[in-house]
Design a protein around this ligand. Structure first.
Ligand SMILES: [Zn+2]
Length: 172
């Protein structure tokens, strides 16, 4: 069976054929150094719990749908409120979805399915934050040589004083 991106596999997911890392400047992170992986969606097997570094940043920076990869418009921008409270911010690596694509996420993501989570309208007033990595753990976990430099990992959405929900673990 051939897996179709945007139907069986979210656009954001990493594929085993992309699963190696380098450090390169990233335009979705203001041209700062960031974790980079090659772009070969569809090669090998999808790794559902692991977003592709570049597609993840692109989806947050450009408000693209995590499922199909197309831009979301204000009128059709929905969101599963995954995230965590940190230092007074609600932070999340979860990108928005189109309403029609939320259904695919409900079928593909065990966490969403198990909890019967419904998407909410994307909450306004967010700030885009960068998750900074670096140090020996980053070198070890990603097989790169950060040499102590600060490297951007994921982009995150952050809200001050969030009104929505309690902390919910990421899709695993
Ligand atoms: Zn979509």
């Amino acid at each position: 069976m051939t897996l179709v991106i945007g139907k069986d596999v979210p656009w954001n997911a990493m594929w085993s054929g992309e699963d190696r890392n380098e450090i390169r400047p990233c335009k979705y992170a203001g041209n700062r150094l960031a974790l980079w992986s090659p772009f070969n969606p569809g090669e090998g097997k999808p790794i559902f719990a692991k977003p592709h570094h570049v597609r993840q940043r692109k989806s947050i920076a450009e408000m693209r749908c995590t499922v199909c990869g197309e831009r979301t418009s204000n009128g059709d921008r929905w969101w599963f409120p995954f995230g965590d409270l940190r230092d007074g911010w609600w932070v999340s690596t979860e990108s928005p979805v189109h309403f029609r694509c939320a259904e695919m996420a409900q079928a593909a993501c065990p966490t969403i399915g198990r909890r019967q989570m419904q998407p909410i309208r994307f909450p306004g007033g967010h700030t885009i934050l960068s998750a900074m990595v670096g140090g020996p753990e980053t070198d070890r976990d990603f097989g790169v040589k950060a040499n102590g430099r600060a490297i951007v990992g994921h982009l995150k959405l952050g809200w001050r004083a969030p009104w929505f929900l309690k902390p919910t673990k990421e899709c695993v």
